[in-house]
Design a protein around this ligand. Structure first.
Ligand code: ADP
Length: 560
């Protein structure tokens, strides 16, 4: 505003000011201060406009005046407040600032300078005569400005011919700037308030619980989601300690949580149990984050939570059902095994001639019974294995196992089956250094399943190759390849699921349980390894699996 100060010209070279100069300057500053005070007293835009215009008219001694401001689209200036002007044409008149036709609003907007008219009756710019209807003759307009941006114009007028003095125009300009700054402030304040209300509304109406606490876990805000979840109304809990949501023996958890958030920055989706107003315990998935002030200091905590009680109930029920199913499978399997063993024993005795001589037909029938009881007992063993693995009753007892040597042993064991179908099983150059850190029996079981499948699904005169693929510091990878029918790409993942069988390959009826690969996958994964297949229909399949090459931690004993 300093540029609007009347210049103080010393009357003598010894920098002395005249009394008049000093009085004028002090009056000027008082006027500025008065309007500044009025303009900044409120954040209500209507009040600012009214009070500033009134004070301006009072100080400058006019009884006609008005303020126009830009509309939302910044296209027109509209009358916001007026004194001494009643004509409806004037009050409702729109002053376009981008129009062809010149008007006072547009000139002031473009030049950012005052516009003075001693006699509006003679100025073609006022040709719509709306102000004349109220008897106005002289007017002066100044921009309402903030940071060099014109927000509107402030105009004072007289019903008598008036020659505006420099001092009046300077003051009018200064008041325009005061009003501009005050308006901008108020608009910013309203913007902030609007955003604040928007965020508050979001928080209030969110379906999730959103609450904030101070550093001592005293509740500061409590949204509607929290009300629904806990049954407490905001008025019952704001100001209370968060401990009301916990049974007393778990109060210490709050302190632990605070410490964790302060150390790690935030807690995400942790499962906690809380107590509702009616005493019922509920499960929540909770995230806690710190609330910081502008300096970054933690001043409180924000908690967002979702009710997962139903989900937990389902999970528990599913677990129970799963256990029931596993128990059932394991009981039934055990029950089936006993009669099966006795059937198998009796058939074997009969085949061994213990019940007298047999004719050819009887032998054929007994052999068929034996092979089917063998199949049944394999199926039962697989079912028992899987139910034991699934219920976590299987332990891995790792030792150092020479993998390729073991593969050769398994291949040797399966040779009779392969020879029947004229299939060659090859284990090229077993590498004794390829050892894995694994449970020998379980690795044997995986190899029996994979090599057994390869032999089973490969047609006559095919080939099965067991090879060491990769061996490094961490993992050993082995492959079992066959020249069988192959597996469709969309089924390569499914075959590792329980009971899944590809029924149409080679148009033969599958003669397994559909459990071998599911068991193999579980066994490999128990070791921290992976199993997968690559296959091309008509060309064959290659199954791969990996096992850890060595013990995860090796204890070095100090030499004594
Ligand atoms: P099973 O062999 O007892 O049916 P698995 O779990 O061992 O059960 O195998 C599941 C299915 O995967 C098999 O029924 C078969 O359809 C397919 N499969 C497994 N190994 C091979 C293979 N080497 N070649 C083609 N298909 C195979």
């Amino acid at each position: 505003m300093s540029e609007a100060l009347p210049a103080l010209k010393p009357s003598s070279p010894a920098t002395h000011y005249s009394k008049d100069q000093l009085t004028a300057r002090s009056r000027y500053l008082t006027a500025l201060l008065t309007v500044a005070e009025v303009a900044t007293q409120s954040l209500d835009i209507e009040k600012i406009l009214n009070d500033t215009l009134d004070k301006t008219l009072e100080i400058l001694g006019f009884d006609v005046g008005f303020v126009r401001t830009l509309d939302r689209q910044n296209k027109n200036m509209l009358v916001r407040v007026a004194r001494g002007l009643r004509s409806p044409e004037f009050l409702a008149g729109v002053a376009p600032i981008g129009a062809e036709r010149r008007n006072v609003s547009r000139i002031v907007f473009e030049t950012k300078e005052p516009y003075i008219c001693i006699d509006i009756r003679k100025n073609p710019i006022y040709k719509n005569r709306s102000m004349e209807q109220d008897g106005v003759i002289s007017t002066a307009a100044a921009p309402v400005m903030s940071k060099n941006r014109v927000l509107g114009i402030m105009v004072v007028g007289s019903r008598r011919l008036h020659r505006f003095r420099k001092r009046e125009i300077k003051l009018l300009m200064a008041f325009g700037s005061q009003l501009g700054a005050a308006l901008e402030n108020a608009e910013l304040y309203q913007e902030v308030n609007k955003s604040k209300a928007y965020v508050e509304n979001l928080v209030e109406n969110a379906a999730d619980l959103i609450i904030s606490t101070d550093l001592n876990d005293r509740i500061l805000t409590w949204n509607r989601g929290a009300e629904v979840l806990f049954g407490y109304h905001k008025n019952e809990v704001v100001g209370k300690h968060l401990a009301i949501l916990l049974p007393s023996e778990r109060f210490h958890e709050l302190e632990e949580m605070r410490a964790k958030v302060q150390i790690s920055g935030a807690l995400r989706d942790i499962e906690v149990r809380s107590k509702r107003k009616d005493g019922v315990m509920i499960y929540l998935s909770l995230s806690v984050s710190p609330i910081r002030d502008l300096q970054g200091k933690i001043v409180g905590f924000l908690r967002i939570a979702k009710d997962i009680t139903e989900k937990k109930r389902y999970e528990r029920r599913l677990k129970e059902l799963d256990k029931l199913k596993s128990d059932f499978v394991s009981n039934v399997s055990h029950e089936l095994r006993t009669p099966l063993t006795s059937i198998k024993g009796s058939v074997e005795n009969m085949l061994d001639g213990l019940t007298g001589s047999l004719n050819e037909k009887q032998i054929r029938y007994l052999v068929r019974i034996k092979s089917n009881t063998d199949r049944l007992s394999r199926l039962i063993n697989d079912l028992l294995d899987l139910s034991r693995i699934e219920s976590g009753r299987v332990e891995v007892r790792p030792t150092r196992v020479p993998l390729t040597a073991l593969a050769e042993e398994v291949a040797e064991h399966l040779k009779p089956l392969a020879t029947e179908k004229l299939i060659r099983i090859e284990v090229p150059s077993p590498d004794p250094s390829a050892t894995v850190w694994a449970d020998r029996d379980k690795v044997t079981q995986v190899l029996v399943n994979l090599i057994g499948n390869a032999v089973k699904f490969t047609p006559q005169e095919g080939k099965v190759t067991v090879a060491l693929e990769k061996s490094d510091h961490d993992y050993v990878q082995i492959s079992v390849a066959d020249t069988g029918p192959g597996i469709l790409p969309e089924e390569t993942n499914k075959i590792f699921s329980k009971f899944y069988q590809v029924t149409n390959i080679a148009k033969q009826k599958p003669r397994g349980s559909g459990l071998g690969l599911a068991i193999s996958k579980a066994l490999v994964e128990m070791h921290g390894g992976k199993i997968w297949v690559e296959s091309e229909v008509g060309r064959g399949s290659t199954f791969y699996f990996t096992l850890p090459a060595q013990q995860p931690f090796k204890l070095e004993m100090p030499a004594s």
